[in-house]
Design a protein around this ligand. Structure first.
Ligand SMILES: [Zn+2]
Length: 184
């Protein structure tokens, strides 16, 4: 629940009522929440580590550590993953990656508790949460996600939920049907 509150605050939409999908951990599947409000666009990608990294355990070998760092770099490149019409003139403001293998102390107490509670789960499964924040000059008509499937072939299905000032809807995005339209 906390996550959705933070998300809502970020975007400044008080009527953000998207049902928070039970984030069941399923390989091949990821949740994408998109919120558009005035000039702000926020895309949240919540995915099993397997989809982007190919494994879910602590990286052990040099090769695995290198692969993790390459993956983080790629996840940071919003423009390669989400294709946004240039007419909207959107600029990436921030990319925030919650990397399950990062060992920094978390600032929030709640987070620490959460980490403790789910520690055992972490042994076998782990997830990335990435928040992309953009600033757009014009109305956004669509986002194409072909790049996500191209760079991370383990993605099969993206469960996309979106909300803008007029509407909210959902779409199951796949490699072949890879665009979310906001004017439909
Ligand atoms: Zn898993």
């Amino acid at each position: 629940m906390n996550k959705i509150v933070i998300f809502t605050t970020l975007i400044g939409v008080s009527t953000f009522t998207l049902a928070q999908a039970e984030s069941a951990h399923q390989h091949g599947v990821a949740n994408v929440n998109i919120a558009i409000s005035k000039q702000a666009l926020v895309i949240e990608l919540d995915t099993p580590a397997d989809n982007v990294l190919g494994f879910e355990h602590e990286p052990r070998t040099e090769q695995q550590k290198q692969h993790l760092s390459d993956t983080l770099l790629l996840l940071n490149r919003a423009d390669s993953l989400f294709n946004i019409p240039s007419s909207a003139e959107c600029k990436v403001q921030q990319v925030k990656i919650e990397n399950p293998f990062a060992h920094e102390e978390h600032a929030e107490d709640e987070h620490d508790e959460h980490a403790k509670n789910t520690h055992e789960e972490h042994e076998t499964h782990s997830d990335f949460e990435i928040l992309y924040t953009y600033d757009c000059q014009h109305q956004l008509s669509n986002i194409n996600m072909a790049g996500l499937f191209k760079h991370f072939p383990n993605f099969i299905t993206l469960k996309v939920q979106w909300v803008n000032e007029n509407k909210q809807s959902a779409k199951t995005v796949t490699k072949k049907d890879n665009q979310v339209n906001f004017n439909e």
